[in-house]
Every structure is written in C-alpha cells, then in structure tokens.
Design a protein around this ligand. Sequence first.
Ligand SMILES: N[C@@H](CCC(=O)N[C@@H](CS)C(=O)NCC(=O)O)C(=O)O
Length: 315
Amino acid sequence: MAPEGHRFTIGAAETRDGAFVRQESRFRNWVTTDGSSGFAVAAGRYHLYVARACPWAHRTIIGRMLMGLQDAISISYVDPIRDDRGWVFTGDGRYEDPINGFEFLSQAYTAVEPGFGDRVTVPVLWDRAHETIVNNESSEILRMLSTVFAPLASHPVELYPAALAGQIDELNARIYEHVNNGVYQAGFATSQRVYEHAVLELFAMLDELDLRLLNTRFLLGSQPLESDWRLFTTLIRFDAVYQIHFKCSIRKITEYPNLWPYLRDLYQWPGVADTVSFSEIRDHYYRTHVEINPHGIVAVMPALELDAPHHRQRI
Ligand SMILES: N[C@@H](CCC(=O)N[C@@H](CS)C(=O)NCC(=O)O)C(=O)O
C-alpha cells in the first residue's frame, strides 16, 4: 500500500502549451570538506537511491564507479517500473532499501518534508547521520562525487578540472537543453509544432557534436570528463528507446560516423558496461509512460554492437 495521507505528482508529465515542463529539483544542499553546510564528507555516511533505468541517476552511478567510491557511499536501486505509487522497492533482493527499509521512495521525501507533493525523483543523496535528503539534483551529486568526495575515492579521476571548468559548464548547458532534456521535450510534447522544434534542435546538436568528435577522442580532449558522461547516458538509451518511444526519428546514433564509435569508446571504458541495463531501461520507458505507449509493449532490443572495436585511441 502507498503511504496514506499524501498525494504525489505522478502519471503523465506536466506540459505547458504543448511543451514538457521539468520540475526544479527541490533539495540542493552540498556535502562539504569542512562540514560547514551541516553535511561533512565522511565514508559510510551517505547513501544513493537510484534507478538503473534513469539517465539522470545513471550519471551518479557512473561517477561513483569511476571514482571508486563504492565502499564510501552505499547504493540501492528502485524497480524500473514506476506505477501510480511512484518508485518502488519491491524487496526481492534486487530492489531493496537496506538503509531505511522504505517500500516507496516517496517515504524518503515525506520523511524530510511531510507535505511533499511534487514529483518523487531519482537520484537522491541521503544522509544516514541526520536521516535526511542532502540533494536530489543529479548534476550537483555528480559534481560532489568527483570533487568533495575525491579524498575518499579509491581511484579518483578528474571529471571537472579547474582549467576546463568554463568550457565544461558551457557544453553541459547546451547538451542538457538540446540532448539530455531535448529527448524528453520531443517525447512528451503534446503539440506537433513543439515536438518538431525539439527534434530539429536535438539533431542539430547531435550533428554538431558528431563533427566535433572527428578531431578529438572525447569532447574536451584525450580523457572523458563530466560532459562526456552526461552525454553518454542519453546516447546509450537513444537507439533502444528515444528513437522509437520519444519519436527522435531523424537518425540513429549508429548512423553517425563519429558519435557511434565514441559511444562504443565510452561504453567500453572500464566498469561502464556494468552500469548499463538495457532490460531495465526498456522496461522503464515503455512500461511506465502509458500516456505515450498505452499497451506497454516493449520494443525489441535493436542490434547494437557496442563491443565492436572503436579505433578512437588513434585520434
Ligand atoms: N533534474 C533531476 C531530474 C531527475 C528525474 O527527472 N528523474 C526521473 C527518472 S528518469 C524521475 O525520477 N521521475 C519521476 C517522476 O517524474 O515522477 C535530476 O537531474 O536529478
């Protein structure tokens, strides 16, 4: 049974004039080195609630893995299918909450804010010491993992080097607008004009990125940085879901001369393939958004040779 007494925003996405409106993330505290925010960095204190299906949560799963923060930050996964009760821990071993024993992710939100009635989203960074949500905005959680949490990491990597911060921020913003959120703008549009505009903007950006990747192995040089991983979580879902379910129909990623080998390069990066679950991704999108796929038929997995050689070391 869903917790009683509270109503959450669930079901169809909110639209205005035919355009999908993404809710602002509500909890925006930061873990800090000196603890001045009330949230001091410490091993074993923080927990991540995620869905493997979700591209935003996927950023944080990848960040935790790349840094080697598995021992410092615990994690639990919700069931990929979200119904009218929101995200669920089904308790079958795979989708469990060993920290608080929640049955629904909404319980984390109402534990912190009893009247919380907005969308209950993943990822959530939870503080076990104060039993509260620190932050539920994936871009900020990812940034914390690669900076504030670096001293706890078993193999820290630089995802946001100071010298490239300006370029990363600028690229992130454009990739967010036209690609990460662009696919949702296309998929959840309720007017032809808004849908077509989103698709054209999305593919203009993909074309630009494809051209950029002709001469550089990753977006900003020879190492994958924050912008690459933020792009990755959309690209990896593209041909299996967005191209079909969200009608992003102009091209597939496999048709791009540079984006396609670049996607394989990132997928083959150590540890990354293990963070990708196509069955959870497909189950989630096709079976959760009943307003755009009323019968919940899950598209068969397209042929994607993600393990094929990418030859991008040469660039
Ligand atoms: N701005 C948020 C967005 C997170 C988000 O929208 N997550 C989706 C899953 S892909 C979600 O939990 N949606 C639940 C809902 O909309 O009811 C972030 O980047 O963390």
